[in-house]
Each structure stands twice: as structure tokens, then as C-alpha cells.
Design a protein around this ligand. Structure first.
Ligand code: 13P
Length: 252
């Protein structure tokens, strides 16, 4: 089902105490927000927070996701976390292919596809991130780049793909204060939806949630979210402050 989602990716920020108090503030402030059945708030903290965060969220409507998962089911992979482990603490979502992991951890297409498959098998929805670099944008190669990133998961079955959320995050807009204009975001989102439609058909494409990420703030969120193919946002910096995170949610 196509949903409207505002998801907060905390990245590598907040110790346990700070995390617990951020969640308390979010829960408090979210009382003033009415969500329909098709709208979701998601928090995506580092691994060490997940169990405590899940407890804290209790029966609230706020969903939770992890920032990473390993591409193999289990075994001798020191320091890694499997999809089954995440499922055992009831994760709703997990990021895959964030540009920071593509860059710093040199994640490959094969690993990203593996992670996506592991999550789907465990019943967790992958949020598959993609987006071009500044150099790729300036040399007008961005359509070709996002196409090659998206088609990595086109070996999934129609049923599997229907459970994937896509996040378009242009690398040049992440943490830079430079947001893509709402027209730039719409252009890529519409293109991604067209590629999905060509591969899986119009019904699947219309049902796919495509989020925008990159310096999204309360001041620019309403404009971005007003675009037909922008179904919400994946928020970094602004999700670390409850007021601004809720400000973005209100823009939905
Ligand atoms: P910023 O909102 O800090 O630009 O980060 C976006 C992002 O990478 C979310 O995953």
C-alpha cells in the first residue's frame, strides 16, 4: 500500500539516555498530530537503541526501523546483525543502500540485493536508498545513475517488490543544507515510478512509497511533500530534534 511516511534516520548520534529522552519528546509532541491509516512516523536509531526504543514506543503508532542488516542469514560475521535478529525484536523497517554505507563501507550491489532479500524473508520492509553524487548531477548523468541503482532490485518478484519502500536521497543534498528543489525531487520520483511501472506494472508503481531525503526541514517539507510523487521524507539532521521532526511530520 502506498503510504505517506516521515522517517528519522538518527545515523550515528545519541547515547542511550539521549535516545530515550528524544523518543519521549517525540511521543509527547506527536499527540498533537492526527495520522490516517496511510500515514506513518518511523524512527531509525542505531542498533543499541532498538530494544529500549521498542519498549518506550509501547503501543504507540510510531514505527521503528534499523539502519543496517547483514546480507547473509547467519554465521561467522563478527560485529554484524542478521534480519532474523531484527525480526525477533519486531522491527518494521530497515535501511538498505544508504549513500553513507555505499561510500564508507563500499557496499556492493550484490550485498544490497542480499540485504533486501534477507529482510523480506524476515518480514521486515526494506527502505532502499539511492541517489546521485554532485558530480553525476552536474554532468547530467543522474537519470542513468538512479536507474542503475534501482534496477539492482528488479530481480525481486512482484510480491517481494511490493514490500519495498524507495528513498531518493541525492548525495549532494545530504547534510549539506542544500535541498533538492521540489521540482527536482518530483522529476526523479516520477522517473523512478515510471521505471517501476515498466517492470512491475502500473498498479505496483502506484502503490510504491517513494521518500525524499536530503536536508529536509520543517521550512521546506511542505513544498517537497506537495509534489504528486513525493510520499514523504527520510530525515537525517532534523530528526535529532523532536520539534523539527514533528514540524516535518505536520507538513505531511
Ligand atoms: P540530512 O537530512 O541530514 O541531510 O540527511 C538525510 C539522510 O541521509 C537521511 O537518511
Amino acid at each position: 500500500m502506498r503510504k505517506k511516511i516521515v522517517a528519522g534516520n538518527w545515523k550515528m548520534n545519541k547515547d542511550i539516555e539521549e535516545g530515550v529522552s528524544l523518543i519521549s519528546e517525540i511521543l509527547e509532541l506527536s499527540k498533537s498530530v492526527e495520522l490516517s491509516a496511510k500515514e506513518e512516523i518511523v524512527i531509525i536509531p542505531p542498533f543499541i537503541h532498538l530494544t529500549e526504543a521498542k519498549k518506550k514506543l509501547g503501543s504507540s503508532e510510531v514505527k521503528i526501523g534499523a539502519q543496517n542488516v547483514h546480507h547473509k542469514a547467519e554465521g561467522a560475521y563478527t560485529g554484524e546483525v542478521s534480519s532474523r535478529m531484527l525480526a525477533s525484536i519486531d522491527m518494521d523497517y530497515c535501511l538498505v543502500g544508504h549513500s553513507e554505507r555505499r561510500t564508507y563501507q563500499k557496499e556492493t550491489d550484490e550485498q544490497m540485493l542480499g540485504k533486501t532479500r534477507q529482510l523480506l524473508e524476515a518480514g521486515i520492509q526494506p527502505i532502499f536508498c539511492l541517489g546521485e553524487s554532485l558530480e553525476e548531477r552536474e554532468s547530467d548523468r543522474y537519470f542513468e545513475v538512479v536507474k542503475s541503482q534501482l534496477t539492482v532490485i528488479f530481480t525481486l518478484s512482484e510480491e517481494e517488490f511490493s514490500n519495498v519502500v524507495i528513498a531518493y536521497e541525492p548525495v549532494w543534498a545530504i547534510g549539506t543544507g542544500k535541498t533538492a528543489s521540489s521540482d527536482q525531487a518530483q522529476e526523479i520520483h516520477a522517473y523512478l515510478r515510471r521505471l517501476i511501472s515498466e517492470k512491475y506494472g502500473e498498479a505496483v508503481a502506484n502503490d510504491t512509497t517513494i521518500l525524499y531525503g536530503g536536508s529536509c526541514k520543517p521550512e521546506n517539507a511542505a513544498d517537497l511533500f506537495s509534489k504528486e510523487d513525493v510520499d514523504g521524507g527520510l530525515i537525517g539532521g532534523a530528526s535529532l530534534d523532536a520539534q523539527s521532526f514533528i514540524g516535518i511530520i505536520k507538513a505531511l
